[in-house]
Design a protein around this ligand. Structure first.
Ligand code: CMC
Length: 423
């Protein structure tokens, strides 16, 4: 095994080096503090490996994304979302029997306990579905407390029920009656039915829409140690249960710099359209250091060439709109923004490219998903990734409670004074 050498205050320290299956190199600093008294400093963890993981591989310079070794381009065009869930969580593609059993289990656990409807009733009208989703997922642990023998069953329950929770949250937000899950429909079709059906009408699931949603969910299914997945691992590292850990992940995803960006993108495109579609003005604004404005859907911590998910989505956006016989002025603005930004030295130098959130919202809009549900859709897609990481962490002998260090910069020791003595 090779080692790395670090010189600190004239003293040399030898540090072990680990190499991953794709030749990624990590310097193991676990003993650094014990030996030298120093810690590593890395705000935002941009250069810190917090675990070893066999789930997802990303090469940000080459624009490569693989789940369990399978290229995203193959999974996106050939697999079903349920297959991808199985793959991520259990490590291999299911054979025919495994897939049939998994699908049937997912179908049989979609119902929510009837009492849970009372929780939805308590939320104010217009409550953001992400807030409802996070708290409902955590509430599941009150019905299904953790037990070692039911771990796999709770995983099934969560994947099966998240779409019912998401659909109920939406129905609550628009004041329509809840539509119950159907056992004769596929995972994606059942979700759409719960979302869009109304009791008095016969809702038919459009195949183009079903395929588009399947693709979107697959593209979001995992992305190694992103903010929400790291949150799931962070919370889970204290041995908090599955529902608590995933609920925390949903909260982390909601932020506009992470999954919340898909809602921000559409609101931004709408704002540009309302302002006369002058997209160049907004590219200039994004470059202006005196302005807080940024181009949502642009930039990524890891991808410095292109985001392969965005490439797939851009193509699919055209296909879906064409198949549905629709056009969307926001798509034109998005394409123009992309074209201008990709030629602009500010974006080129900083390697800022459209990310997965840039085009996803236009497909969601085309298939009738309301803007405040966009991040919920991301959560549905990311769920198998969160579960896979939570499960991997649980069985990893090297896993410990996550507890970063800090470099303290506050006051040095001083004596307490009573309030009458204070100046
Ligand atoms: N528009 C304008 N400037 C940007 C943007 C943007 N979207 N993104 C980054 N920059 C600039 C940033 O100001 C900085 O400039 P300078 O070096 O002059 O200070 C430079 O590019 C590097 O950016 P950073 O903020 O240090 O990069 P980061 O790795 O910390 O942040 C990011 C990554 C995704 C949070 C950021 O690019 C961003 O805020 N993008 C917009 C939000 C967004 O689309 N998020 C979705 C991410 S993909 C889906 C997901 O996994 O959640």
């Amino acid at each position: 095994m090779s080692t790395a050498k670090l010189t600190l205050n004239g003293k040399e320290y030898e540090l072990p080096v680990i190499v991953g299956s794709e030749n990624e190199v990590g310097i193991d600093v676990q003993q650094l503090r014990a030996k030298s008294g120093a810690i590593t400093y890395d705000p935002g963890y941009g250069n810190t490996g917090a675990c070893q993981s066999a789930i997802t591989f990303i090469d940000g310079d080459q624009g490569i994304l693989r789940y369990r070794g399978y290229p995203i381009e193959q999974l996106a065009t050939q697999a079903s979302f349920v297959e991808v869930c199985f793959l991520l969580i259990y490590g291999h593609l299911p054979n025919h029997n495994e897939l049939t059993n998994f699908e049937s289990e997912l179908t049989r656990h979609t119902l929510l306990h009837e009492d849970m409807k009372k929780f939805f009733e308590g939320y104010p009208r217009g409550a953001h579905p992400m807030a409802q989703l996070a708290s409902m997922i955590i509430s599941l642990s009150t019905y299904y407390p953790e037990s070692e023998s039911e771990l796999d069953l709770n995983i099934i329950r969560l994947i099966a029920k998240i779409k019912t929770l998401a659909a109920f949250a939406y129905k609550k937000s628009i004041g329509q009656p809840y539509i119950y899950p159907r056992n004769d429909m596929s995972y994606v079709a059942d979700f759409m039915h719960m979302l869009f059906a109304v009791p008095s009408e016969n809702y038919q699931v459009n195949e183009v829409v079903e395929r588009a949603l399947n693709l979107l969910l697959i593209l979001h299914a995992d992305h190694e140690q992103n903010c929400s997945t790291s949150t799931v691992r962070m919370v889970g590292s204290s041995q908090a249960d599955l529902f608590a850990s995933i609920g925390a992940g949903v909260c982390a995803l909601w932020g506009p710099l992470h999954g919340g960006a898909n809602q921000e993108v559409i609101e931004m495109l709408q704002m540009i359209q309302d302002d006369g579609a002058n997209y160049k003005k907004y590219v200039d604004k994004a470059k202006d250091k005196n302005s807080d404005f940024k181009l949502f859907g642009f930039g990524h911590r890891v991808y410095k060439n292109f985001d392969p998910r965005a490439t797939i989505l851009k193509k699919s956006t055209d296909e879906v709109l064409h198949a549905l016989g629709m056009s969307d002025p926001l798509l034109e603005i998005a394409k123009n923004l992309e074209e201008v930004a990709l030629k602009d030295p500010y974006f080129v130098e900083r390697k800022l490219y459209p990310n997965v959130d840039f085009y996803s919202g236009i497909i969601y809009r085309a298939i009738g998903i309301p803007t405040n549900m966009f991040t919920v859709m991301f959560a549905l897609g990311r769920l198998p990734g969160w579960i896979a990481h939570w499960r991997e962490m649980r069985s990893d002998k090297a896993s410990r409670i996550n507890r970063p260090r800090q470099v303290y910069t506050g006051a040095t020791v001083r004596d307490y004074q009573s309030v009458f003595e204070r100046k």
